[in-house]
Design a protein around this ligand. Structure first.
Ligand code: FAD
Length: 424
C-alpha cells in the first residue's frame, strides 16, 4: 500500500512526519535519511558544540522513541537513488522499491566546495553534518592557528567559538563586509568591529588563492593579496548548494532549488519540496526565494502537512533567523533588500540595538543584537504589517512594544495578505 514518502531526515523531513500525524494523517509515512544518526539539530554544531569542551553532545530533533510512537518508518543510512514518476515509486540504496501517493523532497543542502589547489589536504574542514562537526572538534584539540574562509554565518560562528577556546583566528572574506548577502551594511559594520575587537583577524576584500602544506598537512592559506596566513586548521564556509540532482533527474524544474508553488507543490501533483532545497514564492518580498533556516524548514513542514491532508495551505510565514557569534545574539526578521534605508534604534556601543530596514517607507526587516524582547515586538509588527514609520523608529521615546500589541486594522491585514505571491 502506498502512502507518503519523505526524502531527507533533517529539520524539514522530521517536522513534516510529526505534523502529518498532528493533522490526523493515518496512512503510511516512510522517511529516508542518508545520514545514519538519529536526526539532530544543526545550529549548535557551529556554536556550543565547538566552543564547549569535547563532551558536547548533539541535540536530537526528536527522542529515539518518536518514530515508533508516531508510526513512521524511519530508514537511517538509506539514500533514495531514483524516482520513477510514471510508476510513482522510489528506489533506495538498500535495494527496496517503495511506492508513494505523495513524494516530498526534504533533501536540504550541502557545502559548496572550493576547487583551488590544496583543498584535499589534511587539516581542511567543512561544517554541515554531525560527522563534520565531530572531526572538526577533535582536530581543534591539537590546533593553535585557524584560518576560516568565508565570513558568512557559519564561518563567523565557528570563528567566534574558536576564539572562545583561545585559538588564533584569521577570517578571509572576499566581499567587502561580513554576511553581506543577508545583513544591512550597518549590522555588518557592527560585527566587523566586534569580531576584530575580540581578536579575530578579519581580512575583508581578500579571498584565498591557495593552501600551503608540509607532508600533506596544511600549514597555511595564501590570500588573494599574496600574504600567507599560517594555520594548522582551515575551515571553509563559502555557502551551500541545494540538493536538487535527484529532482532534476526526475524531470522536475530546478532553479536555485526545486521550484514549487505557494503550497510547496511541484508541477507534478504528487511531488512536493520544502526546506533548504525548495525555491518558493515569498508573499512578503513578492519574489522567489530559497531560504536556509530552521524556521523556514519547520513552518513549511507545518503548512505542507495541512496541504497533504486535504487543506491546501499557502506558505506565508514571515522569515526569521538567528545566529550566535560568541556573546552576540543576532536575530533577523523579514528579508532585507540591498538598497533598503536603514535606521538604528538603540546604542550599538552598549551591545544592544536594532537596525530597522525600509523600502519605499515600508518596513522590510529588522535585525537585533542582544535585544530579544524588542525583536519579538518588531517581528510581530512585521508579521501583522502594522505600518511602523521611520519617524517612530528614530523616536527613542516611542513605545514600540505597546505599538506591537495593537490589533491590526482591517486595512493592515488586507494589504499585508493580498500580495500576488501565488502568481510568481
Ligand atoms: P537538512 O537539515 O540539510 O536535511 C536534509 C537531509 O536530507 C540531510 O541529512 C541530507 O543528507 C538528506 N538527503 C539528501 N538527499 C537525500 C537522499 N537522496 N536520500 C536520503 N537522504 C537525503 N539555521 C537557523 O535558523 N539558525 C541557525 O543558527 C543555524 N545554524 C546552522 C549551523 C550549521 C552548522 C548549519 C549546517 C546550519 C545552520 N542553520 C541554522 C541552517 C539550518 O540548520 C537548516 O536551514 C536546516 O537544517 C534545513 O533543514 P532541511 O531539512 O531543509 O535540510
Amino acid at each position: 500500500m502506498s502512502g507518503i514518502v519523505i526524502i531527507g531526515g533533517g529539520q524539514a523531513g522530521v517536522q513534516l512526519a510529526d505534523s502529518l500525524r498532528n493533522e490526523g494523517y493515518q496512512g503510511s509515512i516512510d522517511l529516508f535519511a542518508d545520514e545514519s544518526h538519529l536526526p539532530y539539530q544543526r545550529p549548535p554544531l557551529s556554536k556550543d558544540f565547538m566552543s564547549d569542551d569535547d563532551s558536547a553532545m548533539p541535540l536530537p530533533l526528536r527522542a529515539g522513541t518518536f518514530f515508533t510512537e508516531r508510526t513512521v518508518q524511519f530508514h537511517p543510512g538509506t539514500r533514495i537513488l531514483t524516482v520513477d514518476r510514471a510508476q510513482c515509486t522510489v528506489t533506495a540504496s538498500d535495494g527496496r522499491t517503495v511506492p508513494y501517493t505523495s513524494l516530498v523532497f526534504a533533501t536540504g543542502a550541502r557545502n559548496r566546495e572550493m576547487t583551488i589547489p590544496g583543498t584535499d589536504l589534511n587539516g581542511i574542514h567543512y561544517l554541515r553534518t554531525l560527522d563534520d562537526a565531530k572531526a572538526l572538534q577533535s582536530a581543534m584539540a591539537a590546533t593553535t592557528r585557524v584560518v576560516v574562509v568565508g565570513a558568512g554565518f557559519i564561518g563567523l560562528e565557528f570563528a567566534a567559538s574558536a576564539r572562545q577556546r583561545g585559538l588564533d583566528v584569521t577570517v578571509l572574506e572576499f566581499a567587502p563586509r561580513p554576511m553581506a548577502r543577508v545583513l544591512s551594511p550597518s549590522m555588518s559594520a557592527y560585527f566587523t568591529e566586534a569580531h576584530t575587537g575580540n581578536g579575530i583577524n578579519l581580512r575583508l576584500g581578500e579571498g584565498v588563492s591557495s593552501f600551503t602544506e608540509k607532508d600533506g598537512k596544511i600549514t597555511g592559506a595564501v590570500g588573494t593579496g599574496g600574504i600567507e596566513y599560517p594555520a594548522d586548521l582551515v575551515v571553509i564556509g563559502v555557502g551551500v548548494l541545494p540538493n536538487t540532482e535527484l529532482a532534476e533527474q526526475a524531470g522536475l524544474e530546478v532553479n536555485n532549488g526545486i521550484v514549487v508553488d505557494s503550497c510547496l507543490r511541484t508541477a507534478d501533483p504528487h511531488i512536493f519540496a520544502l526546506g533548504d532545497c525548495s525555491n518558493y514564492p515569498n508573499i512578503h518580498t513578492r519574489s522567489r526565494l530559497r531560504l536556509e533556516s530552521v524556521q523556514n524548514a519547520i513552518d513549511q513542514a507545518r503548512a505542507l502537512a495541512k496541504t497533504l491532508t486535504g487543506k491546501p495551505t499557502p506558505y506565508e510565514n514571515l522569515p526569521w533567523f538567528w545566529s550566535q557569534q560568541g556573546s552576540i545574539k543576532l536575530q533577523i526578521a523579514g528579508i532585507i533588500g540591498a538598497d533598503d534605508e536603514t535606521l538604528v534604534r538603540g546604542e550599538p556601543d552598549t551591545g544592544k540595538f536594532s537596525v530597522y530596514c525600509f523600502a519605499d517607507g515600508q518596513l522590510t526587516g529588522v535585525e537585533s543584537v542582544n535585544s530579544p524582547a524588542e525583536h519579538m515586538a518588531a517581528r510581530r509588527i512585521l508579521e501583522l504589517g502594522l505600518g511602523l514609520t521611520p519617524e517612530q523608529v528614530t523616536d527613542a521615546s516611542f513605545d514600540l512594544k505597546g505599538f506591537s500589541k495593537q490589533l491590526p486594522s482591517r486595512s493592515d491585514k488586507k494589504e499585508h495578505l493580498e500580495q500576488p505571491a501565488a502568481a510568481l
